[in-house]
Design a protein around this ligand. Structure first.
Ligand code: 4NP
Length: 163
């Protein structure tokens, strides 16, 4: 971590905030706890659309996550311009999310906080985390595989002070 005395705040963003980003939040939080970093790093998630405000994650995402030992129970909320002030790093799941976030960035400092989740992949090579909403079980499993890999890479880079 760049500044060990300050809480590091991570925000995961997708379109609906009911599939990919709440799963990323749950996976990353578990990893942070396992590494005893809960007092140093916090995580949240949001969606660019607001279509599902107040909703729990999609039941399919929750079921697939539960099979791997995760609990995805955050409530959907819309990404806002205030998130640039409230978070140190903002992770987009795909190019559309990335463009929608960047469009709201008020300054260069805010733009520099925005990354793609796939920037942190270590084992997998993928150019985005695909939206599983209209997919079958395989789509949800792929999302979890990519997010577990990306969350490991992200935590490593945070610890090394690289982001
Ligand atoms: P997410 O998936 O962006 O990973 O939460 C989606 C959820 C809902 C919709 C699209 C994507 N939707 O159009 O309602």
């Amino acid at each position: 971590m760049k500044d060990n005395t300050k809480l590091y705040k991570v925000l995961f963003v997708c379109l609906g905030n009911i599939c990919r980003s709440p799963a990323a939040e749950g996976i990353f939080k578990k990893l942070v706890e396992e590494n005893k970093l809960g007092d140093k790093i916090i995580a949240d998630s949001a969606g660019t659309s607001g279509y599902h405000n107040g909703e729990l994650p999609d039941s399919r995402m929750r079921q697939h996550g539960a099979r791997r030992g995760y609990k995805f129970d955050s409530l959907s909320r819309k990404f806002t311009v205030h998130d640039f002030d409230d978070f140190d790093i903002i992770l987009a799941m795909d190019d559309s999310n990335y463009a929608n976030i960047m469009r709201l960035a008020p300054d260069i400092e805010s733009e520099r906080k925005v990354y793609r989740m796939v920037d942190f992949l270590q084992k997998y090579s993928h150019d985005h985390v695909p939206d599983p909403y209209y997919s079958g079980a395989d789509g949800f499993e792929l999302v979890l595989d990519l997010l577990e890999d990306g969350c490991n890479g992200l935590l490593e880079q945070i610890r090394d002070g690289k982001v």
